[in-house]
Design a binder for this molecule. Sequence first.
Ligand code: WT7
Length: 651
Amino acid sequence: MTEPKQWVKPDPEKEDVFWPTEELKETAWVSDESIYEEALENPEEFWAEQAEEGIDWYEKWDEVYTEEPYNYEWFVGGKLNLAYNAVDRHVENGKGDENAIVWEPEPTDEDTVRITYSELKDEVSKFANVLESLGVEKGDRVGIYMPMIPEALIAMLATARVGAAHSVVFSAFSPESLKDRLDDANAKVLVTADGYYRRGKPLNLKKNANKGLRGSPVENVVTVKRTGADVEMEEGRDHWYHELMEGASTEHEPAVMDSSDLAFILYTSGTTGKPKGVMHHVGGYAVQAYLTAKWNFNLHEGDIFWCTADVGWITGHTYINYGPLMNGVTTVVYEGAPDYPEYDRLWEIIEDEGVTQFYTAPTAIRMFIKQGEEWLEKHDLSSLQILGTVGEPINKDAWMWYFEHIGGGRCPIVDTWWQTETGANVINALPGVGPFIPVYAGKPFPGINADLLDTEGNPVGVDEGGYLTLKSPFPPSLIRGVYKRPEKFKEEYWSEYGPRYYFTSDGARIDEDGNIRITGRLDDVMNVAGHRLATGEVENAIGKHELVAESAVVSRPDDVKGEVPIAFVMLERGAEVDSETLKKELIGLVDDTIGPTARPADIIIADEVPKTRSGKIMRRILKSLVKGENPGDLTTLRNPEAVERLQEKIQ
Ligand code: WT7
């Protein structure tokens, strides 16, 4: 065996700072830090050049960028199709026999499935014809409620191909969450599956889909047969995927889309209990998804890229589906749990498939740290070149463990900060440039302008904490609106600093070299095992219980999940309950309303929570209580005595 390559070297002077080796610099798309200054001197020119080089356009744009308050657009007048860029062009360029998707089913006795770009082109074209035969037209919305199977990607690409917008709903979301999203988007068709495997057991997804479909605007449902589970099919509405695909033609002309057409909607948690439909437009999204995937992970022909997210999240949209496929590499899709059948499942896949870039979340890394290194020792991970992390701030221990044990001390860790709203990565260290520093995400991607501001809107100095904002001209893949709620769009992102600064809701610090460290959310949004969740969503679910008068949910730091929700529950006057039964009922309500990922780790039944004189719940105080910290100044409270009583309950 040849010695695995060394892609990083330590800084000669600073501890725990790493730089790309010459070898990495040679293969990297970018290896000179002058790119940052150059790109920022003229971001429009930078992005236009990248867009021209990286994406195939049917027609070039008339204007690179336009901006008026709350309305900005890249590549105005440009015409393209996302699916064509992700699939067809590689076939036309002679790469049809290369693998586009490698699918690893969870059951170990099932074979890995490999889909070449030619095959993918046929499948996507066929399904595009199927969607059209079901009445889907350019501009419509298609719901996708699917497990991690290749058909999930095929459904997304086919939707893009016909010019409709997909709204993917995470498969572990409850029927009610599905229904809300289908209603809000007014989806015409839903694509789902009978089920999937999770920790060795088949789960029936169609059952949940059917519940969510009750009373929804969906006219046609297409179900992929994955597990063979018994499912109820409604005459006239329900169709089997394989039956519709059988007769479908592989000939399909992709829809010619405008840059400013809607590519997709993805619902995410905001500050209230109601998730918002984040809108992304075709042109800007294509360019930033393509370029960030290419530069951050140094993607080259033949690479086997694996992002462990779910297609239900933005990470899955951009770095399982569109990003790697637009770059013509192989994307790995794994169906199941990372610890099934044992804790080395991921390492086994890396070894078997020769994965070259691996992208995961800190919560997964922390789970593996707990299991010990023996799970790694059996596996050869020397194919890895670049590691990525995303979703939440990574602590130094997790970073170092990832670096040493997964990367063998050879691979850079690219810590990528971004959001559902930014569509693609925004802050990171480029692999050929570095430096890679634990807990620092790095610099704004070339051509992106970020500022740390104080509450007055003034830039903060080195190591002073500030609010992370993105400055005009905005990143090409930045959110274009909240579906059907323009006032919400304005309020959530632009009310803080006006229309020239997009407000991220994250706090951050900057070091003297311009590297940014993300410190976390400043609003009532939690990050539970990398899943975004508003405290208000959990409160709404709990509030459905007839005996609950009021509730307050806050997050508590957790070793593995990053944060977990803790619920404080106040009962109706005179309510008599068995607290264990009540807790079970509340968990059931959370499962039904949102999904099991939102389950509170603890439910505290209280007679009162601290409130301001105007009656607002002081979540800051509840947060310090669950952390076991001193709650601080209580003089502004209407009921300071409530704090002491809660303290006794928590201990
Ligand atoms: C929030 C966005 C980006 C796709 C997955 C999450 C946090 C994201 C990082 C990172 C520190 C991070 C932020 C952000 N976050 N990446 N590398 N370091 N924090 O997307 O569900 O929209 O959540 O995740 O707080 O605002 P999302």
